[in-house]
Ligand binder design. Sequence first.
Ligand code: ADP
Ligand code: GLC
Length: 490
Amino acid sequence: MNIAFITSEVIPFSKTGGLADVSGALPLELSKKKQNVKIFTPKYYSIDPSIHKFEYLHNISPLKIRILNRTYDVHLFKGFLPKSKIEVYFFDCPFFFHRSKFYTNDPDENERFILFSKAVIETIQRLYWAPDIVHCNDWQTGLIPLMIKSNYNWDRLFDKTATIYTIHNVAYQGKFPLDTINKAEVLGRLNFPIAKVEHNNMFNFMKAGISFADIITTVSETYAEEILTAEYGEGMEAVLNYRKSDLFGILNGVDYKIWNPKTDKLIPFNYSLDSLSGKEKNKKNLLEMFNIKMKKNVPLLGIISRLAIQKGFDLLQQIMPDILNLNINLIVLGAGEHEYEEMLNYYAKTHPHKVGLYIGYNNDLAHLIEAGSDIFLMPSRYEPCGLNQIYSLKYGTVPVVRKTGGLADTVYDWNEYNENGLDVGNGFSFVDYNSDALLHTINRAIGDYHNKTNWKKIQLNGMKRDFSWENSANKYIDLYKVAINKKTNK
Ligand code: ADP
Ligand code: GLC
């Protein structure tokens, strides 16, 4: 199959979160399975074409992309996913993409991704490459299924193209004033009720994706069920229920070439199932980095996260004094909402021998925290999939999570599963979103940390479990076939 994978971020070129990891890994796995994948993504200012040895595509660029009365030059570069033959097409329009952040609150945010969407489709046309599947991800690409069905439906190239829309986070929808519909020029060519793209009087990119894609997926089975409810659907539950028979949950995988303590080049001491001694040395290294003394039998709690309400920082905030009364150390890596940065800064300043804090983005440190921590905290309010808890499992770092979304599908509570005689307990989880439940669960984890036999078992249960992309990529391929069948039988 020819698969166009369209994404607003992809490692190693651009990353704000898990979408980038998925975009770098799933296409690789698909191509191992003999699928022909090309990736399409914006070229943000921070991506340097000379470092990555991109080729400027003289033959097809600049593309002239029109939005209302203005025409923009879009420059095209071609690169490859590292150590692969997977082509990555980068779209450079300095006016729109040379900004300090990938995603902005600027008034033309809608135009940035309308331009990107049109440029992707027009590039596919110029490549004379007929995709069997156009796989879109998150709100930034939500208009593409509709555009293929409306603006560009005159082109026979797309006659057989089926579209898949993957929701990585239903809370980020791309909501803009209703005049966006004119900027995207999607009305008039396809007769459809405005409700398919409108929600609460706003034009909604995600709703367009959900309404017009042939198949919709999200990144775990539990989240696929959760988003059908008002509690998790963020207003999209009605349209998702309407499309329920076309909605599927496929758990993200992990690229173990990048996240594996046995081979990880970003940690000083490699280790594996057979011997965990390197883990202790990484812990010492990590603590030293923050000038914290390593003491025997004091568990180290780690956090790597966007500092956002989604990730449960309001719960953490309520019990920080209690956590700091425990005999533990805490190391946090994150960036995001000011309120949480302030809160963490306060505790790092007042407890310098206990708390280590790095505000900002740091991939090397993320690897070291996974390797050096004993316990990983991820008390998310909601979590479509979550990758860090899966990385933690591989690194023998026991996750403490809220039982929601992908966290519920990957972390099995030690007490719950142990009591039921199942040999798979690999972490600790709680259901009710409240700070007492979180504190109680942290205490449960610490209790077992001091029971060395239990702890080793919990660690090994996590390390043994395989969350590689192999399985999930097969599920995507099956769904691509379903989408193509749907399209052909229409
Ligand atoms: P989300 O996409 O919602 O942020 P995920 O758990 O799916 O959550 O993915 C987060 C990814 O981003 C992981 O690869 C994690 O290591 C990385 N990450 C998050 N914050 C930082 C940070 N401050 N520095 C380095 N990596 C980070
Ligand atoms: C989103 C979600 C996260 C998921 C990631 C990749 O950012 O918040 O849970 O793992 O996308 O699918």
